[in-house]
Design a protein around this ligand. Sequence first.
Ligand SMILES: Nc1nc2c(ncn2[C@@H]2O[C@H](COP(=O)(O)OP(=O)(O)OP(=O)(O)O)[C@@H](O)[C@H]2O)c(=O)[nH]1
Ligand SMILES: [Mg+2]
Length: 325
Amino acid sequence: MATSFSIRPQFIYDKVINWFPGHMAKGIRIISERLSSVDLIVEARDARISFSKKPIIDAFRKHRNQHVIFTNANMDKNVKKIINFAAEKYRRDPSSYPFVTVMVVGMPNVGKSSLINSMRRIGVHKGKAAKTGALPGVTRSVAVTSIKVLEDPPVYLIDTPGVMIPHIPDPVNSLKVALTGGIRDHLSSEEVMADYLLWRLNNFGNFSYVEKFKLSGPTDDINFLLPAISKRIGALQKYGEFDLRTAAMFFIKQYRDGKYGKYTLDDITIDTLNKYFLNENNPDKHILLSKNQEKKLLWEKKKEKRLERWKRQGYSIRKSNSKGG
Ligand SMILES: Nc1nc2c(ncn2[C@@H]2O[C@H](COP(=O)(O)OP(=O)(O)OP(=O)(O)O)[C@@H](O)[C@H]2O)c(=O)[nH]1
Ligand SMILES: [Mg+2]
């Protein structure tokens, strides 16, 4: 039982969770190739935040001259603003833009396809055109045909697969991505994800889990919390032992469903945002690829070249159904 309560000053974690399947390597390559033929890029991000939007909007404008719009694809909130932004591009210069093509990019599972469907629903009153789902990796290739989301002026959207950077340098950052559903759960430990979530909630001063799981008080000890959750939800194994993994998954799902409020896992004070952008502009900062990832990218390039060659030689190419991943 947790009799006293103090929070670990730092969350120590040193195992980077990487997820970079072949479809992402291919996706990155095709996205870069098609950049020259699109007029606007929308980068979708998972915000999970209901307040403090202003520092983010200001920082992106100041450091990158980019517009940030907070939306909710499920409630169509602010989605129209993105359509208007694209339409405005056409209106300003209709001779250069017979139509506007927008490519939606971003990390896995952040809501790219949902956003496209919302735009289509609002702009042309038509149903779902892009497949969506709760797991990362639902969209697996860059769409060949674009989706019309506005008739006048004509605005078209291109859906793309969620892509990760091949290697996330900071282990805790990789944990955050996993917790928000950007990396398949089985690739990381649900118990560690739950531990980080607990630590983060405590740091926010959000102790609503205490009441939810009928605890005697807040705790910083995941080995205390998970058995308590197991007991509460009846997650038991064959011989009556607590099923801690199921308890951890339950806790994580509640967070993902917004049951503990809509918190972003990043620090988003003006200070941390400024530091982030300064660090991002640092030319010494580069993405490190593991040997395996380098091989994968190389293999992907070779495969595409081979397919091109075969096509030129007049062979018809059938796609295999292998799921990869
Ligand atoms: N609460 C909330 N959930 C959303 C929003 N947009 C998408 N979702 C949910 O997030 C999940 C992922 O949505 P998708 O649109 O498939 O995400 P994606 O970025 O296309 O994912 P990949 O194609 O796998 O990279 C789904 O369960 C959606 O219902 C949003 O604005 N708010
Ligand atoms: Mg998608």
